[in-house]
Design a protein around this ligand. Structure first.
Ligand code: TRH
Length: 380
């Protein structure tokens, strides 16, 4: 059913890092490109936005980027008409004047909270349920997820086909990597490393350095660089630095634009990712991966980690599942992972197959943007 041309407002507060803006920026673009909607994206921190989209002018209150009307979300809220659909990303609190504007509309808008991603079972039961009400305006929970009955994952049309074509095109990969200053040795495995600070890193780098297979480790600049520098025995690292220790070549990359980051994941044999958005993108890369989960109070992130592992490893042999789970749990706890890595290497072909199979299975679900639009159509 074609969707009427509606206006959508997406609100994003950047709590920290890049996941909040990463998710909402992808969503806004997809709603426009694939569903023909008019989307405003309200962001309180344009500097974080600029890191993943360098065209952003951090001084502008309003600008158009790839069809998205990007608005700086100022502390003194301007009088604004409320949209037909309002998405508060990750439980952010809307400006009270905007809430009043929603309530004043003749036809109240559809108001949704786009929640954090979790593989836990309870998500299926809560997705789509009504939440609080403000005057006449009802808010709904919208949960992304991996299982039928959730809101699914962000996945643009044709993404998996593009990814496969790229992975089959050695010249395109070489050219892309060359653009980042990466010259991959033919026999080296390529690994990308995007993670929070992690005391377990040294043991992994020890294992990679001592390995008989050479590794080229690509590290986009960010929070893990201090641990990498310590292991290398250097004071600091900067973009472009390249150091070799035995079988391991470590190279620091610039923080690239979001689309390029996808391509980087597609090039690599193994991707260490974190948070939420890079975690999902590594799944679409169809390659074995390692997740550094975002830490939460009272260790509730560990339940999320186990819930995902239970789904992700269900197609694996018990030995491979145990190796993978051991690696992931140790990494997210900041424990040494050298031994776990060696275990995982024993099951490599199986893990590669599983990564592709998982990607295919997830690709059968409706994507998150389509699920949001469908939710709206059902609601009207
Ligand atoms: O940056 P993250 O850790 O983000 C988040 C936030 O901390 C958030 O508050 C928290 O709730 C969430 O994690 C769970 O990790 P994430 O989600 O992977 O976001 C990183 C974004 O940065 C993602 O969109 C990919 C993008 N990126 C680039 O565009 N270029 C790069 O070079 C790299 C390394 C990442």
């Amino acid at each position: 059913m074609p969707i009427p041309k509606t206006r959508w407002d997406i609100f994003c507060t950047v709590v920290d890092n890049y996941g909040d803006i990463g998710v909402t920026w992808r969503l806004a673009r997809q709603l426009i490109a694939e569903h023909g909607l008019a989307v405003r994206l309200w962001v309180d921190d344009l500097r974080a936005f600029e890191r993943i989209c360098p065209e952003i002018d951090i001084h502008l209150a309003q600008q158009s980027q790839q069809g998205v009307e990007v608005r700086h979300w100022p502390s003194d809220w301007p009088q604004t008409e409320a949209a037909d659909v309002v998405i508060a990303a990750f439980a952010c609190q809307l400006p009270s004047a905007y809430m009043d504007a929603m309530a004043e509309r003749q036809q109240p808008p559809l108001w949704m909270n786009l929640d954090y991603l979790s593989a836990e079972d309870w998500v299926t039961g809560c997705h789509g349920l009504p939440s609080v009400k403000y005057k006449s305006v009802q808010k709904f929970f919208f949960f992304p997820g991996f299982q039928p009955g959730t809101g699914g994952l962000l996945r643009e049309n044709g993404l998996l086909e593009r990814r496969r074509r790229f992975q089959q095109d050695a010249a395109a990969q070489r050219q892309f990597l060359h653009g980042l200053g990466v010259d991959r040795a033919a026999d080296a495995q390529l690994i990308s490393l995007f993670a929070y600070e992690n005391a377990g890193l040294a043991s992994w780098l020890d294992a990679l350095a001592a390995d008989s297979t050479p590794t080229h480790l690509l590290v986009p600049e960010g929070r893990i660089l201090g641990d990498v520098a310590r292991w290398l025995g250097v004071d600091a690292l900067a973009v472009g630095d390249l150091d070799v220790r035995q079988a391991l070549t470590v190279q620091v990359l610039p923080f690239v634009r979001q689309d390029q980051y996808d391509q980087l994941l597609w090039c690599c044999d193994f991707n260490a990712v974190r948070g939420e958005d890079s975690f999902v993108r590594a799944q679409w890369a169809g390659r074995p991966m390692l997740w550094h989960i975002y830490q939460q109070d009272e260790d509730i992130h560990l339940d999320k980690l186990d819930a995902f592992l239970a789904l992700y490893t269900k197609g694996l042999s018990p030995a491979a599942a145990e190796a993978m789970s051991g690696l992931w749990r140790a990494w997210s706890a900041g424990k040494p992972i050298g031994e776990h890595w060696l275990q995982v290497r024993k099951h490599w072909p199986e893990l590669q197959e599983n990564a592709e199979q998982w990607c295919l299975e997830q690709g059968l679900q409706a994507d998150l943007a389509t699920a949001l639009v469908q939710f709206y159509l059902n609601w009207i």
